[in-house]
Write a protein that binds this ligand. Structure first.
Ligand SMILES: [Zn+2]
Ligand SMILES: [Zn+2]
Ligand SMILES: [Zn+2]
Length: 386
């Protein structure tokens, strides 16, 4: 079956875009990729929402009650005919409405292509046999960018051949499969029961160690910035404290604050991001990544130990006396020895290669997440004074 492919926006305006692609830095190029993708979404009859400040995802698309969450990556063809995409393990979210758009262009700033794909297809590509699992392991540890070969896009049997400029992929909900396995090399971490057992053990260790008297009294500032996460380790749910303060604002004031980003600040506090309709400003959506099981905020920016799965609090443990120190400490406050940093859970050395993005819910240990998307109701913020 032949697919109809009209000219994409890049082909139409490449005389304008090409100089920007060749002269711009990677951030500018990324913006071009997002801009061009945005136009394609509009052409394909989606309502397009973009974040009002930098957010984890680039777009929310809406059509009736249907939503799509999009991450866009832009890449230039290398001399060895490869494109690089930098999806981290934490980009592999488990909601069937999650999609990737890759915008590729060649060294002559020509032949711009969009690849519309799913996290599942990307994972299948990572796992494909010819890679011998080698690249996958560095990817799991967040140390490599993935390479997509031109041949995988252009050849008859190329894995992404059918994804080129194929915007119809977005209309289908993709397969709702668990992609947790891709994040782990060892079988034991792929087993839910074994994982949960370790999670409970880790939680006990954290509770005990972070409740350490010395940490509380002498080093109280150590994990101040992480109060929220520390509370959650102890099972305390986060309330809408900020919401209460804003409830008494007048409409006029709220609109002023809205422009200043209070609305963003308010939701950001609750781990949400605000997106605005690019055609109809002042229509907003909010997005929260949450645990599929307990619906609590998914801590996408937190890290874990690759070896023992414990949450990495911003403290270091002294190898000699096992006491907890400030993250930046050079000498142990207790035994005065030079600190050789070890993991709070497994006592293995802390090196960047052992620290990876969190792969579980900090509240319940579930390994699956989903999107929570809803309209921002301004009356949540505005309560006219009676
Ligand atoms: Zn010590
Ligand atoms: Zn560890
Ligand atoms: Zn949970």
């Amino acid at each position: 079956m032949k697919r109809k492919m009209g000219k994409n926006e890049f082909e139409r305006i490449k005389d304008i875009i090409a100089p920007i692609l060749s002269n711009g830095d990677s951030r500018t190029r990324g913006k071009v990729g997002e801009y061009l993708s945005g136009i394609e979404f509009l052409k394909n009859k989606w309502e397009v929402y973009e974040p009002i400040q930098d957010a984890y995802v680039d777009f929310i698309l809406k059509s009736g009650n249907k939503f799509r969450i999009i991450q866009v990556k832009t890449s230039k063809l290398d001399v060895d005919k490869k494109f690089k995409v930098n999806h981290d393990p934490k980009d592999i979210l488990h909601d069937p409405r999650h999609f990737f758009v890759w915008f590729f262009f060649d060294q002559f700033q020509k032949d711009g292509k969009f690849i519309v794909t799913t996290p599942k297809e990307f994972c299948d590509y990572l796992m494909s046999g010819r890679r011998h699992g080698v690249i996958v392991d560095t990817w799991r540890k967040d140390q490599s960018r993935e390479e997509i070969k031109l041949i995988d896009i252009e050849s008859e049997k190329g894995e992404f051949r059918d994804n080129v400029n194929n915007w119809s992929i977005l209309s289908k909900e993709n397969e709702n499969v668990s992609l947790v396995g891709i994040q782990e090399k060892e079988e034991k971490w792929k087993d839910d029961k074994k994982f949960l057992k370790q999670w409970k053990k880790n939680k006990k260790i954290l509770k005990e160690k972070l409740a350490d008297k010395n940490l509380q009294e002498d080093h109280v500032e150590i994990i101040d910035g992480k109060t929220r996460v520390r509370k959650r380790i102890n099972g305390i749910k986060i309330k809408n404290e900020v919401l209460k303060n804003k409830m008494s604002l007048t409409r006029k004031k709220s609109m002023k604050y809205l422009q200043k980003g209070t609305i963003y600040g308010f939701y950001k506090y609750q781990g949400m991001n605000i997106f605005e309709n690019i055609e109809k400003p002042s229509q907003f959506l909010k997005l929260k990544i949450e645990c599929k099981k307990c619906n609590e905020l998914w801590e996408a920016d937190e890290k874990e130990c690759y070896e023992c799965k414990i949450w990495r609090p911003p403290v270091v443990v002294c190898k000699a006396c096992k006491k907890i120190n400030k993250e930046e400490a050079q000498e142990c406050w207790s035994c005065k020895q030079r600190i050789s940093k070890i993991c709070i859970g497994c006592n293995k050395g802390i090196e960047s290669k052992n620290t990876v993005p969190l792969t579980y819910c900090i509240m319940c240990g579930s390994r699956n997440n989903k999107f929570n998307i809803s309209k921002v109701v301004l009356s949540e913020l505005i309560t006219p004074k009676s």
